[in-house]
Design a protein around this ligand. Sequence first.
Ligand code: DGJ
Length: 537
Amino acid sequence: MTEVKRVFVVDGQPFFPLGGQSCNSSGYNDKESATAFKVIKLLHGNTLEIPVYWDHVEPLEGTFDFTAVDELITTARRHGVKLILLWFATWKNGNMDYAPAWVKTDPQRFKRVISQTGSDIWNLSSHCKATLRADKKAFAALCKHLKDKDGTDRTVIAIQVQNEPGIIGSDRDYGPEAQAIYDAHAPAKLVTAMRKAGEGKIFDIWQKSGANNSGTWPELFGWEAGEILTAWSIACYIDDVAASGKAVYDVPMFINVWMMEQPWWPIPGESYPSGGAVSKVLDIYKWFTPHIDIIAPDNYADDVEGYKANSVAYSRADNPYFTPETAGDQNMFRGIADYNLIGNFFFGIEYIVTPDGAVRPEYQTLVDNFHCVSSAIPLLLKYQGTGKIHSVVQEYKLTTQRLDLDGYMGIVDFGEKTARWGGKDWRHNAGWMWNEQPSMNRGRGLVVQASKNEFYLVGVNYRLFLRRKPTLDKMGAPLLVSDWATKIFGYIVSVDEGHFDRKGEFIADRRRNGDEIFRRGLWVESDIGVLRVITCD
Ligand code: DGJ
């Protein structure tokens, strides 16, 4: 049993945010955000992630305009959707595109990062106190405004502080102030934190570099000092910004990550922003961001191994696993079942539809994924961390997947079938006809075994067969059986398609029996809701 820390709360109850992130320019006004709100409903989501821009809310220094924020909140309430606001400010994807013009055009006051070659780059230095003060002031004003406008209804459930922070174009700032920090002793509390941890990637780099008790950054971390100093500096900067907001309004805050585990070579400042909370420096972020609730990877990996590695890195006892940007693929099921994912978002939600609002055919599988998860949210909130949720994912060419269940052996059978018995029901594919259509629609979903004889299934394009675990003879060999019920179907009391009501009670909508289950297994599709199966001994 793992304790799942539910950072997101609605009406005092744990909440599983599910939905999409708008395109970058959709937060400017009501007109621009309209499609994103519509698509959240199409996607069966409950939350929209959408940016708030520093250059927009503070066009002149000290003059704030929260009209766009107010519009977002009003529209979200009208749609019955929650919001996660993304504070695009000092950093957006490793540059400063969203800083106000009065910041961008005053490099004397708001220092830019100086690269190794001595030229300044399009990135604000985390060492510049004037920029920090300005960002903090604007963020605190935003939080104060949210408190006044939304403190009771709490349509905004969380804020992402900055967006994929770090430096693109250099591993660190080589300007004079930054250089002086690099050449001075690193803070003693960093050494204390490493010593206390006694393990981890930062600890290992420190050990490899001689494990000095004190020293300059390069003395402690060798050639990786540039990135590590930058991570420490940006982590402290963002934490300070978050603290200024939390001081006026207590709402969950997180930092998202442009990951180093990309298809490209891992060169900080080149293939990912140096100083962002990549897995290598995640410990630094966890040690120095006490006002941040989650370090959240933008996990676009769609290969199994890549997804698993990213999930392992960011689902830690001290870091709930939350993915603010993903490709919305079948890995979501894996994240939920195997890594206690507490919320998931697809990036670029408007891309799902054509300009006239229809779901593009190539996005239907993604919409189905979200539909399945949204149907199962009460189950996730109840059973994540208990070992009762199993992910079902059909990898390339996989025809079946075994599940080890309490009292049962499960076989998940994937895909469309060519035999007549492989149909489903008259609403779905060709129950009484030969069906030879190849399918790119791979099987995926979740199987939840609430108790030994109570199962809940959601998903697409798979069917579950349950066989009671065999009785063993005195040598331990399984006793063979010949009856079909034991061998393949289990003893099924009832099979119902249904949904969960507001109180989390299962409501049966349609009973399945006879041809709809005999030899066809316990099949699911996204539009059937949740399948509840009751068995008996
Ligand atoms: C990651 C960023 O965080 C988003 O704002 C967006 O730019 C996407 N990348 C684009 O793929």
